[in-house]
Write a protein that binds this ligand. Structure first.
Ligand code: A3D
Length: 320
């Protein structure tokens, strides 16, 4: 059986890391596409030359031609610009919307059967626009954010409790922005919900609130430290987890930006929700019940995403 083909649209910081991880995990052959001449070719060659040491079997190719992504099983989209210190993700909307148009058309023409994972920010609006431009089925187009935001939350919790990250299950809902909703009630250590751990004296409510806020600001914290761009190791690792779930039909339960058709009260748009990812793409949305406080936070986040979608429609008439 031929190896799966993984197309990476955007060969910048995240794209290069995705290629390295996909090759090391032997998920398939990798095509790196970018408009910056030489960048995808250089990264593909550099990673391929690490193969003899690592011992992986995967071919890597860099290109400026969409024809080279033909028949891709998975497309991961990072094309666009990242934010710099002082910028919000929403400041990227105008530039990245144009990029989504060319990427959506490139995927539709060359890899219409692919499972598409968008990472470009502002995430929830860009994945919506990418789906509109590509015309692919909604269950085959999703956005990576929840795995990363939950990973950040889990990391901070494991440090606070001094326990293995493997035993922390963290859960973040809503749009990938300042309004995201880290759910304290649905996050656990070995099945014990966080509110119970506060009662047990493992932490205080104040410390937990601070961790929730640090999770919301997790992207900005890295942007502030790096100064020249945004996070890329954890975002790439998170998207690879989703791609692997699809390619290996793992039926993983992962939070991601998925198209909601009434689930969690959301109609006709993308927002971060728990999903099941397997060979059918987004096979199911886990339709959890929220309490009043969670619902208020979630609604607030959904409204922020709606505002960005309206802004997209205002910029590009074909989306209206
Ligand atoms: P960067 O290293 O700048 O890479 C972006 C690449 O896109 C560059 O190599 C560009 O040449 C390329 N590019 C620009 N326009 C096009 C085009 N039309 N077609 C093909 N390629 C193009 O950025 P990065 O890799 O650090 O980040 C990529 C995106 O991911 C940004 O929008 C970030 O804001 C976003 N991001 C999202 C998350 C989430 O959790 C959702 C996290 C981190 C970054």
């Amino acid at each position: 059986m031929a190896r799966p083909k993984i197309a990476l649209i955007g060969a910048g910081q995240i794209g290069g890391t995705l290629a390295h991880l996909a090759a090391m995990k032997e998920l398939g052959d990798v095509v790196l596409f970018d408009i910056a001449e030489g960048t995808p070719e250089g990264k593909a060659l550099d990673i391929a030359e690490s193969g003899p040491s690592e011992g992986f079997d995967a071919s890597l190719k860099g290109t400026q031609s969409y024809a080279d992504i033909a028949g891709a099983d998975v497309c991961i989209v990072t094309a666009g610009v990242p934010r710099k210190p002082g910028m919000s993700r929403d400041d990227l909307l105008g530039i990245n919307l144009k990029v989504m148009k060319s990427v959506g058309e490139g995927i539709a023409a060359n890899a219409p059967d692919a499972f598409v994972i968008c990472i470009t920010n502002p995430l929830d609006a860009m994945v919506w626009a990418l789906r509109e431009f590509s015309g692919l089925p909604h269950n085959k187009v999703c956005g990576m954010a929840g795995v990363l935001d939950s990973g950040r939350f889990a990391h901070f919790l494991s440090e606070e409790f001094n326990v293995s990250m493997r035993d922390v299950t963290a859960f973040v809902l809503g749009g990938h922005g300042d309004t995201m909703v880290p759910s304290v009630r649905y996050s656990t250590v070995a099945g014990i919900p966080l509110p119970d751990l506060v009662e047990m004296g493992w932490t205080t409510q104040e410390k937990l609130d601070a961790i929730v806020q640090r999770t919301r600001d997790g992207g900005a914290e890295i942007v502030g430290l790096l100064k020249t761009g945004s996070a890329f190791y954890a975002p790439a690792t998170s998207a690879i987890e989703m791609a692997e779930a699809y390619l290996k039909d793992q039926k993983r339960v992962l939070p991601c930006a998925a198209y909601c058709n009434g689930e969690l009260g959301v109609e006709g748009m993308y927002v971060g929700v728990p999903t099941v990812i397997g060979a059918g793409g987004i096979e199911r949305i886990v339709n959890i019940t929220l309490n009043e406080e969670e619902q208020t936070g979630f609604d607030n986040s959904v409204n922020a995403v709606k505002g960005l979608i309206e802004a997209c429609k205002g910029i590009d008439n074909s989306l209206a």
